[in-house]
Structure formats: C-alpha cells, structure tokens
Design a protein around this ligand. Structure first.
Ligand code: FES
Length: 575
C-alpha cells in the first residue's frame, strides 16, 4: 500500500493491508477507537511520550500530546500515543545515566515493534532527550522531536533563581557560613516555578539546543518556555510535519549527518552548553554510523566564543534566552562557520532555520565580535592520566586555574569524599587538586554527576571559590567550576586515575590540552602492577548487563551491542 500521490510504501501495510487472519487480528483490536477507513493509506504516527509524575520535568508532556494529535489528524495521519520509560534526573537513583541506554532500548523496540510509519518524540529532562534520539535513530523511521521546554524563571525576594545553578551556589554559601540554612531553604519552593525542565543552559536545555541545531526539531523548539502557548503551537505544527515527513520518506539518517553534528558542536560552544552533550552526541552519532570522535569536539568547537549569556556560564536564564531569539539567533550569529546545507526535519536546509533571525537582546545573545568569552568551547585533554581523553569546560571554569600544578588529594569513592571533605583536619589548600575515582560508567555504575565536588568547608570559609577537581564522573550541566571530567579509561578498569596517591603532583594545562600525573613511568608501571581490580558492584539484572557492555566516556557510554542501527523491518508475525 503506497501513500496516495506518492511512491512511498506505508510500513503499516504489513499489519493492515490484506485479508489474512493476521490482518484481521491487527485491525480488529485497533478498531477499539479507530474507524474502518483509517487502515488504508493513512500514515500511522506514533507519539512516543516520556511523561511521568516521577520525572517532574516531563510531567506536562501529556498536554503537548493533545496538540501533536491535532496536527497529525489535520494532515491526514492517525496519531497513536504510547508510553516509554522516563527518567527524572533529580529523583532516580543511583543516577539517570545508568538507565539512559535502557530507555533508548525501550524507545527503539517500541517504535520498531509497533505498527507506525513515523514518530513524534516527546522528552524534556536530561537523559530523556538523548535516549529518545538514540532509540529512534536505530530504527530510522521518519521522526521529529518536541522537547518540553524550560520552566519559567522563579524569583526569590526579587532575584532570579537558576534551577540547580543557584542551588549549587547557595549550598556552598551555607557551608561557607555566608548564608543561613533558613534563607537557603526559603528558596526551595520558588526555584521550580512552573512546568518544564531546568532553566539554565544545563543538560536538558543543552540537549534541546543540540537536537534543534541537529535539525531534528522545528525552529525555536529548544527555548520556548514550557507553559508558553507557542510551545503548544510548535507541538501542533510538529504533528502536521511528521505526516509530511512520512510522505517524503524523510528519515533520521538523512538529518543526523556529520555536518549536522558539527553544527551542533559549534552551537554547543556558543551557548556554553553542558559537558554531558559530548557523551550524548557521541552516542547518537554511533547509532547513525557517523564517525564522530571526542577530538572532534575540540577541533570543531573549542576555538569558538561563548555568545549566549545564560547560566551557568553567564547571567540569564532560558526565558530570557528565548525572548532574545533562542537557537535561531545564535545560529544566525554563527552562520559563517555553520554548514547551512545540512538537511533538517522541515525538508529545508539548515540555513532556513536562522534566515531573517537576529538577537533581539545583545545582553543575552552577543555577537561573535563581542563575545562573553573567546575560545569557550569544551577542551579535550590527554596525558598519562587520561590517555583516552578527559574534558573541561573553560566557560564554567576559573581562567587562572586552567593552568595549574598542585598536590593530589584522593577520594576513593563519593562516600569517602562526603565523609572527609568537611573534616577540619583535612590537609587541603587552595592549591590542592581534588581527585575522585570510582565514579565512571562501570565503577559506580552509571557515571553520576558528582564531578563538581563541593569545596572543603574550611576553604570556603577562607573565601576560596574554586579549585581544580578531577574525576571519572560527569557534572550537572547546571554546575560550574574548574572540573576535569569523563577521565578515560575510568579508574575501576585500571585507568591511571586508580594509581594516583595523595601528595602526587598533577599538572593541568588546558591551553596545552594536557593532564599529567607528574611521576616517572617506572613508578607508574610499578603501581599498575600492584593494582587490583575491585569486584563488580552488581552481579545480576540491568546493572550487570550495563557493567558488562557499557563503553567508556570517550565513545559515548552506549552499550557495545546497541551501537548502530537495526532498521525498521519486522519480518515475523506474532501469531
Ligand atoms: Fe530535569 Fe534538570 S532535573 S532538567
């Protein structure tokens, strides 16, 4: 069965086109709600919904579903919503990253196994966006994404509060003794002002920006606030558009190309986006067979300036960013370094995304000639501490610490860190390099966001506001500091981080892209010979599968058997 007026074969014909017993089964049960005539020649559109009351940032997605459905019906398609796993960043333990690939598997198999011709992906919170793109990319049916949008700016005593970013700041002020616990807790009920995800350029806003920059959404998707009527209209238009995409047979593999990833990396630099985007973009690229490497982030993006003045690298929040023009305005500023030919889900080249757009507020979105910070993109480090790489985000770091040598203070686990960090007798100075290990993909497991270790209370009380910190963990996109993250290989599998001893000198040289443990090779070899691998932290279930198959941070922490695509063909029947 082809779609009327096109040579495109409907995938759902496999289920519905014919007079066999199997066709009967597929149609009959779906007729609980659908009339006879929708089974011939009408594109069936899945709406992949990650709404969950346990994922606060995604709670409102059900409302968007209704607007997507309107657009689908209007264009002649048949909308069919289905739920998938959801991951609430602030709620789920031990870390949402442990479950990103599980969600991606759920998305992939739910799309592949069901009778749909195209899919609208609804996500919001940090991991839900990349998980959905990963899963959909591995099926490669026409797909478009609508993210939930950032929450409105909460204010306490007249001052804007950045979700999580200001929580990190105030928490340190309490420990420094400059803010009372009472004042800190008074902000708790106003920080989350509305539906939506965190409102700085944290990981959720970053990933929404990345999917927009990849051309995987309609223009303006990333920044329209969650409760804004314009997001409902965007959902409606995305519903219309997915039906056209099915008619055009426009698939993710045509959109998620190398030029699209390079565009996304450039936007990542310009908006001061989360280091988590490195891991997620690598994982998505792996699903579509784009040969993206960790070094591409440095090569393509590190020399570009920061032009979006949004927390945590800047001052404003996503609501301001939207009013200033959002991602299309940023891309207009970057136009000279972007690939405008990259195809988008609109069917138009990427340059149409920013055509006619400009910044409407130069305080929030600056020009390339007058940036907030030059050369602000994520830097990739190498050296004997991280032969497979580590990352640092200069726009969130202290410039004076980007070149630093100091003695290591080692914490074997995050629990060890929490138990000792506020000990008044802890031997630590502002010069110390804090090292945290046991927090990589396999070791934790799941690589939690603990790389922005809080500073020792006794140093905070002296007015110290930043120190060099190194770990095999990740960092919340809302956080900041001179933190070296994603050190690979991780300590649990014998990476050099496992061999560091308190008192060893460590050199960080971001301009030189170096991270080194300053001991001679013979001593390093001796320690390596003596090192013993810790026992696995899990022996069964998902944890076990994850530990056995997760790749390191430099290749995106996907499961090794999930890399690539299996396509959308189902060749065997269920009855
Ligand atoms: Fe969901 Fe921050 S907790 S985006």
């Amino acid at each position: 069965m082809t779609i009327e007026g096109t040579p495109v074969q409907l995938r759902t014909a496999h289920w519905y086109d014919g007079q066999t017993r199997d066709n009967y089964i597929h149609r009959s049960w779906m007729k609980r709600g659908l009339p006879d005539d929708v089974f011939s020649g009408r594109p069936m559109i899945g709406i992949c919904n990650s709404a969950s009351e346990l994922a606060p940032c995604n709670q409102h997605l059900d409302e968007l579903v209704e607007h997507v459905k309107r657009g689908v019906w209007e264009s002649g398609g048949v909308p069919l919503e289905f739920p998938v796993t959801s991951l609430g960043e602030t709620q789920i333990q031990p870390t949402s990253m442990l479950l990103r690939n599980l969600m991606a598997m759920d998305v992939e198999e739910s799309i592949r196994g069901n009778p749909i011709d195209g899919v609208v992906l609804l996500a919001g919170c940090d991991k839900t966006t990349p998980a959905m793109v990963m899963g959909a990319a591995s099926v490669d049916l026409p797909a478009i994404m609508v993210t939930g949008g950032p929450m409105l700016t909460g204010r306490h005593e007249g001052r804007a509060l950045g979700s999580a970013t200001d929580m990190w700041r105030m928490s340190e002020e309490v420990r420094a003794g400059t803010l009372s616990e009472e004042e800190f807790l008074a902000t708790e009920s106003v920080m989350t002002r509305s539906a939506g995800h965190c409102n700085p350029m944290g990981t959720a806003s970053t990933m929404a920006s990345m999917v927009e920059a990849l051309g995987f959404t309609l223009p303006d998707n990333a920044a329209i606030p969650a409760p804004d009527a314009r997001r409902l209209r965007l959902a409606h238009l995305s519903g219309r558009r997915i039906v056209e995409m099915v008619r055009e047979d426009l698939r993710p593999s045509a959109v998620l190309t190398r030029p699209a990833f390079e565009n996304a990396i450039r936007v990542l630099s310009a908006v001061g986006g989360s280091t988590n985007a490195v891991i997620h973009l690598l994982a998505i690229a792996g699903r579509v067979g784009v040969d993206l490497s960790l070094d591409d982030f440095d090569r393509v993006g590190s020399h570009l300036p920061l032009i979006a003045n949004v927390m945590p690298a800047g001052e404003f929040l996503m609501e301001d960013f939207f009013e200033a023009g959002g991602i299309p305005a940023v891309m207009a500023e970057l136009a000279d370094v972007l690939d405008g030919d990259a195809l988008t889900v609109t069917g138009q080249p990427m340059r149409e995304h920013w055509a006619g757009r400009t910044s409407w507020n130069r305080q929030v979105i600056r020009t390339m000639a007058d940036p907030i910070m030059p050369e602000a993109g994520i830097a990739v480090l190498r050296g004997n501490l991280c032969p497979q790489g580590a990352v640092v985000k200069p726009s969130a770091a202290s410039p004076e610490l980007l070149t630093h040598t100091g003695p290591a203070l080692v914490f074997d686990t995050i629990e060890d860190f929490k138990a000792r960090i506020d000990d008044p007798d802890l031997e630590v100075t502002p010069n110390t390099v804090m090292v945290l290990r046991g927090c990589g993909p396999r070791g934790y497991p799941g690589m939690p966001e603990v790389g922005n270790m809080p500073l020792p209370a006794k140093l905070l009380k002296q007015g110290v506001t930043d120190m060099v910190r190194i770990s095999d963990a990740r960092m919340s996109g809302t956080a900041y500091g001179t933190t070296v993250l994603h050190t690979a290989p991780e300590s649990t599998i014998g990476g050099a981080l496992a061999l560091v001893q308190t008192g060893d000198m460590i050199t960080l040289d971001v301009p030189g892209r170096l991270l080194t443990l300053d001991i001679d090779d013979a001593e390093l070899d001796r320690r390596r010979m003596e090192w013993q691998a810790p026992p696995p932290v899990a022996t069964r279930g998902w944890y076990r599968l994850y530990i056995d198959h997760v790749t390191q941070a430099d290749t995106g922490c996907d499961l090794d058997f999930l890399i690539g695509s299996s396509g959308s063909v189902i060749s065997r029947e269920s009855h």
